[in-house]
Ligand binder design. Structure first.
Ligand SMILES: NC(=O)c1ccc[n+]([C@@H]2O[C@H](COP(=O)([O-])OP(=O)(O)OC[C@H]3O[C@@H](n4cnc5c(N)ncnc54)[C@H](OP(=O)(O)O)[C@@H]3O)[C@@H](O)[C@H]2O)c1
Length: 228
């Protein structure tokens, strides 16, 4: 079976929410190499996904859509639960978790038959790392929610990509030395012997979009994080 889909035509519309940076930008670039229109949205384009009304208005404005990818929101507070800033934790959930759910709600009204929604979790969803509570909780909630959405929105397909450590702008706030050391340490400990590149993650999103027999799935593209 040819998995390079003939389903992509000049009429195909894809939206990548979070598509201006990192993994989302790589997904948008991969989709732009195909026929059709690719819309990217993020804070930089004026869409704040933590505002459900803004998300609804965005999907109203773009009209019918075939493929929606959500990669927005890479920031979350760390530290032990006992000392967690709950307001910061809720703000992170408002973007990555509730933002994804608001997008699912609004996209469900616009997705055409054969359409897909692909969300993003992260390897901490299924790893127990003290100090990583917010990412663990958000990502686990997203994975569970995507499976439920895959039932409720069927025959639209809903899937998740769970990235491992990937070198993106998510770490731009770190001092260059610290960032380099963090990435090198992760590369040395991961079974794959390297950290991820955004285009390697993008390949996973396209795989889920293209294969009409996959729904309710979570695929790990993580260099082996979960088998360490
Ligand atoms: N990189 C990793 O190591 C890694 C590991 C595991 C999981 N992940 C997950 O993969 C996804 C993508 O991460 P990334 O590394 O590609 O991050 P990134 O480069 O920081 O990109 C995040 C994107 O989210 C957008 N965004 C942030 N807040 C937003 C808001 N309130 N409304 C709309 N858009 C918003 C940003 O837009 P602006 O640029 O306009 O602010 C940006 O386009 C995230 O869910 C992250 O948790 C990443």
């Amino acid at each position: 079976m040819d998995l390079i889909p003939s389903s992509f035509t000049a009429e195909t519309v894809s939206a990548v929410i979070g598509g201006t940076s990192g993994i989302g930008r790589a997904v948008a670039q991969a989709l732009q190499a195909r026929p059709g229109r690719v819309i990217t949205a993020s804070l930089a384009t004026g869409l704040d996904v933590s505002d459900p009304a803004a998300v609804a208005a965005f999907f109203e404005s773009i009209g019918p859509v075939d493929h929606v990818v959500f990669t927005a929101g890479s920031q979350a507070p760390g530290g032990p639960v006992a000392a967690l800033d709950l307001d910061a934790a809720k703000a992170a959930f408002d973007v990555k978790f509730w933002g994804a759910i608001a997008v699912a709600q609004a996209a469900a009204r616009q997705l055409r038959p054969g359409g897909t929604l692909t969300l993003t979790s992260g390897f901490l969803s299924r790893r127990t790392v003290p100090g990583a509570f917010v990412k663990t909780a958000m990502n686990a909630a997203l994975e569970a929610s995507a499976k439920l959405l895959a039932r409720e929105l069927a025959p639209l397909r809903v899937n998740v990509v769970s990235p491992g450590l990937t070198d993106t702008e998510a770490y731009a706030g770190m001092a260059p030395d610290a960032r380099g050391a963090m990435l090198a340490k992760a590369a040395a400990t991961l079974p794959a012997g390297r950290v991820g590149h955004p285009r390697e993650l993008a390949a996973g999103y396209l795989f889920l979009i293209d294969n009409p027999f996959i729904t309710g799935a979570v695929i790990d593209i993580d260099g082996g994080s979960l088998i360490q």
